[in-house]
Design a protein around this ligand. Structure first.
Ligand SMILES: *[C@@H]1O[C@H](CO)[C@@H](O)[C@H](O)[C@H]1NC(C)=O
Ligand SMILES: *[C@@H]1O[C@H](CO)[C@@H](O)[C@H](O)[C@H]1NC(C)=O
Ligand SMILES: *[C@@H]1O[C@H](CO)[C@@H](O)[C@H](O)[C@H]1NC(C)=O
Ligand SMILES: *[C@@H]1O[C@H](CO)[C@@H](O)[C@H](O)[C@H]1NC(C)=O
Ligand SMILES: *[C@@H]1O[C@H](CO)[C@@H](O)[C@H](O)[C@H]1NC(C)=O
Ligand SMILES: *[C@@H]1O[C@H](CO)[C@@H](O)[C@H](O)[C@H]1NC(C)=O
Ligand SMILES: *[C@@H]1O[C@H](CO)[C@@H](O)[C@H](O)[C@H]1NC(C)=O
Length: 477
């Protein structure tokens, strides 16, 4: 009798132990809980003024700029579904244009960007470029979009031939005593157009005209100028930027753009004497009030990372000096390392301006198959635009989602945050899609995009040519 009881309780505890073990592996090793309700925050009223005048400060030799998602600027959006869907369509346009630009640069070095067809997109308020910071230019606060996929920093400028609506007053050159135009015959003008942008001085050699188009339908035209830039109390004299007199905009509300590419005219290059060509960011999610940071210079002691920074080499590309190229060597889905012959061979860039990560077709196929295997039993939903792996999760409170890790040369690893795995096409969760997409052709460029970089410290060291990743819950106070 006693022996029977002992055996029974032994079996029971073994069962309990096995259950705990199973659950432990299941929940902590490979999957993470996604609370679906937290995604319903778009129903809340947003305060459009919260997107103006992001804060900044200096700390331990670094300049830290508060960074927000532009969704915080959309006061009183009537149709979130439409906005969420349009963003994907625009994202596809941006990627097509990036691909064309990269392909043309590869075959012929001098490509006239002004010939790029600019699609008409009047009335569209949203763009794919999502993150904003505030800087002081010529003594005025200017809230600008951050883009690692382009070089030139620019603002909308008075007098304006054609400007989209912005929240702050237009930049007024005549109100800034330190403003100076860049002459067409200057070395600044010449070197600015070594890559990508088109130089056109017309008959009048006093100005250095530029055009930059972003492929999602946005462009800016104007002339180059110098003025005093202030980045969180770090002064930059004679900063070269674009005074944009004709701008078409998916820049919704922002006053312009900050170019963080690697080209000679980019902010990173122009400030390399003070920041050492070093910057990093933590891209916050779209939750109301969420903030992240753009850190210029300094060292890792200012970050709030919760894992060590793992580094990978930037792959040099002399013809495409703007972009940051990486060597994607693997993808891990829920603890399963995928095999594919494209790993280590496919050309990949990391970009803050593209929304959805694009993977070579065979890699995407493998990711999708493994994801579907592990995220099974949920009702499927139709594909939308570039996203083809969709579910109807409207009946669920929360779901266990396989963790996705992207691996890069040198054993660097980027853990995709739980908020970066699914894209909500519909706010009621009836169409929730795996937020990754396939490239159309295997010779296209892979893109590590901003949705997958959320809640991650991404460090760019352009002097040492290395890029780092660490987990961080973005914040700024
Ligand atoms: C810019 O914004 C900051 C913070 O919001 C504020 O303290 C500063 O006075 C503003 N500067 C100008 C020139 O308006
Ligand atoms: C980071 O910078 C601070 C101040 O500039 C310095 O005291 C600290 O030693 C540096 N830390 C590392 C890891 O280099
Ligand atoms: C550029 O042109 C101006 C006149 O438009 C002239 O004064 C100046 O010397 C020229 N500079 C160079 C570097 O050729
Ligand atoms: C040409 O230069 C003059 C004076 O330097 C200026 O007033 C005029 O606006 C310029 N024209 C163009 C088309 O830039
Ligand atoms: C990428 O890394 C892999 C593994 O280290 C290496 O075999 C491959 O040659 C690298 N590819 C490039 C383009 O450097
Ligand atoms: C999604 O699932 C819910 C609950 O299971 C169902 O009521 C609804 O009709 C489904 N929606 C679509 C678009 O299939
Ligand atoms: C780190 O977190 C603290 C507290 O939330 C915040 O004040 C600070 O701005 C963060 N630092 C960076 C670099 O994001």
């Amino acid at each position: 009798m006693l022996k029977g009881m002992t055996l029974f309780s032994f079996m029971l505890s073994l069962l309990v132990f096995l259950l705990i073990l199973h659950n432990g592996v299941h929940c902590f090793g490979e999957k993470k809980l996604l609370k679906l309700q937290q995604h319903f925050q778009w129903k809340q009223q947003r305060d459009a003024s919260s997107c103006l005048s992001q804060k900044s400060r200096k700390e331990k030799g670094a300049t830290i700029l508060e960074m927000k998602h532009r969704e915080n600027c959309y006061g009183g959006v009537e149709d979130w579904n439409k906005l969420l869907q349009k963003r994907l369509i625009l994202d596809d346009l941006r990627v097509q244009s990036l691909q064309a630009r990269i392909k043309n640069m590869d075959s012929a070095k001098t490509e006239d960007v002004s010939d790029t067809r600019i699609p008409l997109t009047s009335g569209v308020e949203i763009g794919t470029l999502n993150y904003i910071v505030t800087v002081e230019l010529g003594g005025r606060n200017m809230t600008v979009i951050v883009d690692t996929g382009s070089d030139l920093t620019w603002v909308q400028c008075q007098p304006c031939k054609s400007c989209y609506d912005q929240k702050e007053p237009l930049f007024n050159p005549s109100a800034s005593p330190s403003y100076q135009t860049v002459l067409c015959n200057s070395s600044t003008c010449q070197s600015a157009f070594a890559t990508g942008n088109t130089r056109n001085c017309g008959n009048n050699l006093t100005t250095c005209n530029y055009v930059v188009s972003y492929g999602d339908g946005s462009y800016t035209r104007g002339e180059l100028a110098h003025d005093h830039l202030n980045l969180g109390n770090t002064p930059v004299d004679n900063f070269v930027f674009g005074c944009g007199r004709n701008n078409k905009g998916l820049f919704g509300g922002a006053s312009g753009l900050m170019g963080l590419g690697q080209g000679s005219i980019s902010l990173v290059s122009q400030t390399s004497a003070m920041f050492g060509g070093f910057f990093s960011y933590c891209l916050p999610s779209t939750q109301a009030g969420a903030s992240g940071s753009l850190v210029l210079g300094g060292n890792s002691s200012v970050y709030n990372t919760s894992s060590p920074i793992s580094y990978t080499r930037m792959i040099p590309n002399s013809q495409l000096s703007t972009f940051y190229f990486l060597n994607l060597t693997g993808v891990n889905v829920g603890g399963v390392t995928l095999q594919d012959s494209s790993f280590g061979k496919a050309v990949t860039i990391i970009d803050s301006g593209t929304v959805i990560t694009r993977l070579p077709p065979t890699i995407y196929k493998a990711v999708k198959a493994e994801f579907l295997k592990q995220f099974s039993g949920f009702p499927t939903a139709p594909a939308f635009s570039i996203l083809d792996t969709c579910f109807n999760l409207s009946a669920y409170q929360d779901v266990d989602v396989p963790i996705i890790k992207l691996q890069f040369e040198g054993n660097a690893e980027m853990n995709v945050d739980i908020t970066g795995v699914f894209y909500f096409v519909k706010t009621d969760a009836s169409q929730v899609c795996l937020a990754l997409a396939s490239l159309s052709f295997k010779d296209e460029i892979g893109i590590i995009a901003n949705y997958q970089q959320r809640n991650q410290r991404v460090t760019y060291d352009t002097k040492e040519s290395k890029l780092g990743f660490a987990q961080e819950s973005c914040s700024f106070t």
